[in-house]
Design a protein around this ligand. Sequence first.
Ligand code: AMP
Length: 419
Amino acid sequence: MYQAVRGTQDILPDDAPYWRHLENTIHDLCARYGYRRLEPPLFEETSLFVRGVGEGTDIVEKEMYSFTDRGGRELTLRPEFTAGVMRAYIEHGMHTWPQPVKVYSIGPAFRYEAPQAGRYRQFHQVNVEAIGEQDPAVDLEIMSVAWDLYETLGSQGLSFQLNSTGCPACKPVYIRHLVAYYEQHLDDICPDCRRRLQRNPLRVLDCKVESCQPIIEAAPHMRQYLCAECAEHFATLLGYLDLLGRPYTLNHRLVRGLDYYTKTVFEVWAGEGLGSQNAVCGGGRYDGLIEELGGPPTPGIGFAAGLERIILTMKAQGIAIPQLPAPQVLVAHRGAAAKARAVVLASELRAAGIATLLAFGQRSLKAQMREADRAGVRFTLILGGDELAAGEVTVRDMSAAEQQRVAPAEIAGWLKRRL
Ligand code: AMP
């Protein structure tokens, strides 16, 4: 028996209304803010992610699905979208477009992580980016798109977690102080943190190990070391958030896993439904990334939200979603000649825009009525010997249990007036 590969899952039809509602909400929301769709490919050169996401990150060190293709290329299934979108920005000369370039993508991403509730090896993200503008109002806009997404979907108890990770002028100063502080506590920290201090010191702030928590709590904060420009940027952003009345918590531990972040980093936390995984969305500014990837110096900011986690939250919070439209008409038949007519009629109705089911096989009319009941259609059209002889169709209104005859040429119009 084959099974879906560990960490992957089928999206079954019962969940389709959630996905459709979520995707529609994303398209509408992005359009409202003036973001246009850009879909990078599912795989890119491995080195793009190594440089873009950063050596020493969990993603690059242990989570990438990398392979050599038959032409000898080193490729990786995208573990995130930003590197691919930046590659596209550079490749298509988007720095010559009006700035900022505002784009979004939706689709699967792949990470070799330990699967658990809300954590998969294939998962879906919506990724939103504003590239080419450093105004803190853009930070606010990106955070607002993320916020509105959850609010529009009806999520409860939302809050922002917010921090600034500085810039190439001030971040290294902070890292030196952080490392110096940690060096006084080498005996008390976990082996992972000792390794992080060498490879990616900011990540010590992310550590979940119990014995490291008091050390993290007492560690110096990045915000104490921000340069004047970064401090002003951050203060302006906080001022905007206050104006809009958006709740936020300053979180000095929030550094996020990826190397490329500068200045603003944030997460949206949802109140309920995901236990320890309550970050439903994360993002930040990456002013050095495009240059790092070989493009002109260009600021940018974006976020990614996990769609599976949004759907888990919607279910946990009992958020109502619109049902998908289902066929309202079933064509039933008795006898071979009537079935031939039924095949044509069903085809004509669909061409007229009416979602229609055709009964298969040659079952009794009673069995076909049961099928119509199960499918929940409003009308069953019946074609039998009598109808063929009279050149008519019997229409049965399933809720009223009434029937009447209608001419085939008029049936589409008749149904449309009633559906
Ligand atoms: P990141 O790119 O790690 O900042 O992730 C952004 C968002 O994607 C997270 O807040 C999650 O909602 C979602 N996400 C990340 N990794 C996974 C995963 N392995 N499975 C499901 N969702 C994920």
